[in-house]
Ligand binder design. Sequence first.
Ligand code: FES
Length: 84
Amino acid sequence: MNDKPEPVIAAKRAFPVKVKKGETYWWCACGRSKDQPFCDGSHEGTGFEPLAWVAPRDGTVLFCGCKHTKTPPICDNTHKTLPD
Ligand code: FES
């Protein structure tokens, strides 16, 4: 069976977040977290796992909210191509 589960579209936009160099951020991949764009444990039993991402530098990062980015956890504008 190769049915890949589809993530929930949490939001059709990116979440800008101020990050600190060297800190680890757990990006929600399933789209079910109530703490977007980060994991709150809601992926339990969905087949998804959060993605650990370490900030390479201080700054603001656009974390993907639609969960369909090809460059997780960063928004690549795929959200603009999703159907309404
Ligand atoms: S929010 Fe997912 S690609 Fe932009």
